[in-house]
Ligand binder design. Structure first.
Ligand code: SF4
Length: 118
């Protein structure tokens, strides 16, 4: 009888150990896959145009530009980043920027916060 209880205890220990290993392995694989997906998304987002390169921009800042409806090509010909009051000219950089979020901005871009220069 004692031997029977002991084997049941051993069975549960092994069961928990195996479950822990499976859970840990699953989480590890999931985190690796997620990191790889993010790298692939950033790699595909960068088309060789430095103004589209968001590889050094945090996810939070990318979310900000998406929330503002930023697009690289303005849908309104007269309203674009390079004639917006919030546009930061490129200076010696390849691309300009915006006062509302970090990262490169296309001169021909646009977002819903476009404001005429004063
Ligand atoms: S506020 Fe919008 S339109 Fe103006 S520079 Fe920034 S992203 Fe471009």
């Amino acid at each position: 009888m004692l031997n029977h209880k002991r084997s049941r205890r051993d069975f549960f220990r092994q069961y928990i150990r195996a479950g822990t290993l499976l859970l840990g392995g699953g989480l590890f694989i999931s985190s690796c896959t997620k990191g790889k997906q993010e790298q692939e998304e950033q790699a595909t987002a960068y088309s060789g145009d430095p103004c589209s390169d968001l590889s050094n921009v945090s996810a939070e800042e990318i979310q900000k530009r998406e929330n503002l409806g930023y697009v690289a090509d303005t849908p309104i010909a007269d309203n674009q980043c390079n004639n917006c009051n919030l546009y930061l000219p490129p200076g010696d950089k390849a691309c300009g920027g915006c006062m509302l979020f970090k990262g490169p901005v296309h001169a021909e871009g646009y977002c819903t916060y476009w404001a005429p220069k004063v």
